[in-house]
Design a protein around this ligand. Structure first.
Ligand code: ADP
Length: 294
């Protein structure tokens, strides 16, 4: 099974003519609430793709809790390790302008109060650990160390961009970043491929760079694996990266080899771009498999 240790948020989105400047008030459309947080998003993507998924994280007792958990419940994610803390549920305040720009404020709330004590005492039954960077760094590091000590591979999506401690990178089996996040890791210069390869000596056995409509690039000590994107009419790319990471973990847990898992993840990421929203847009395994079989 896949264990996700990560963030759970409610997203509150308002469309406006433009992003307000400091001190300015802008009238917008109706507020839309939807479930989010990279941890929850990736857990839902993995579960939709057919994996047995358990999420460790935290929410509050407020009204946003139900919004935050809606997709996780619907996807059948095991929430027995989810804590309810005396802090507000994590909330992302998202303003989207008519020109498609966005401005996002994240109130971490309960996510910031997850501690290593909330991690499960043993990882029996867990085949893959999937991490992001929206929880306190000591929790992510502790989970990674625990997994490696138990022989469980660690997938880290180093998003959002924030300092990635060397001691965490050392524990990572497979690092997944987009182009922007790769740059923040201060790789040696040169082509994307060389930049990704320069991360390998720092710990991971594989580094995948997701490239939006250009697909993805994965380097391992054995060489480079380039994958073209599955061509789609993209209307909303929100959650594409989260879908990619969740499905990658799910397919590795299902026994796929790395190229096979990457192929499924890329197709799933592409399909997620054809529908609005994050979790609501994530494909089922049947949808991904239909493309694979075509
Ligand atoms: P992020 O959301 O983290 O920036 P990307 O935009 O790189 O991540 O998307 C993750 C993956 O989803 C890509 O590697 C690709 O396989 C797929 N994807 C994203 N955008 C598109 C697109 N416009 N067309 C086809 N596939 C896409």
């Amino acid at each position: 099974s896949v264990l996700v240790v990560g963030s759970v948020n409610a997203d509150l989105t308002v469309r406006t003519a433009r992003i307000p400047r400091p001190g300015e008030t802008v009238l917008g459309g109706d507020a839309v609430t939807s479930p989010g947080g990279k941890g929850a998003n990736q857990a839902v993507a993995a579960a939709r793709a057919g994996a047995t998924v358990r999420l460790i994280g935290a929410v509050g007792q407020d009204a946003f809790r139900d919004v935050a958990l809606r997709g996780l419940h619907a996807a059948g994610v095991d929430l027995s390790g989810l804590r309810t803390l005396e802090a507000p549920t994590g909330l992302a305040l998202i303003t989207v302008s008519a020109s498609g720009e966005n401005a996002i404020t994240v109130a971490s709330g309960a996510n910031a109060h997850v501690t290593p004590a909330h991690l499960p005492p043993d990882l029996s039954g867990v085949t893959h650990l999937l991490l992001q960077q929206e929880l306190p760094p000591e929790v992510t590091l502790h989970a990674a160390r625990q997994a490696r000590a138990a022989g469980v591979p660690v997938l880290l999506n180093a998003a959002p961009t924030r300092p990635l401690p060397g001691e965490l990178l050392e524990q990572v089996t497979h690092l997944i970043v987009n182009e922007h996040e790769l740059t923040a890791l201060h790789p040696e210069g040169g082509t994307l491929e060389r930049q990704a390869a320069s991360i390998l000596p720092r710990g991971p056995q594989a580094v995948t760079v997701t490239l939006g409509a250009q697909g993805s690039l994965t380097v391992t000590p054995r060489g480079t694996h380039r994958l073209a994107a599955h061509p789609v009419q993209a209307t909303d790319t929100t959650g594409a990266g989260d879908t990619f990471c969740g499905v990658l973990a799910a397919r590795l847990a299902a026994g796929d080899d790395l190229p096979g898992a990457l192929r499924a993840a890329g197709i799933a990421g592409a399909l997620a771009c054809t529908r609005p929203g994050a979790q609501d847009a994530m494909p089922t395994w049947a949808e991904v498999d239909e493309v694979l079989q075509a």
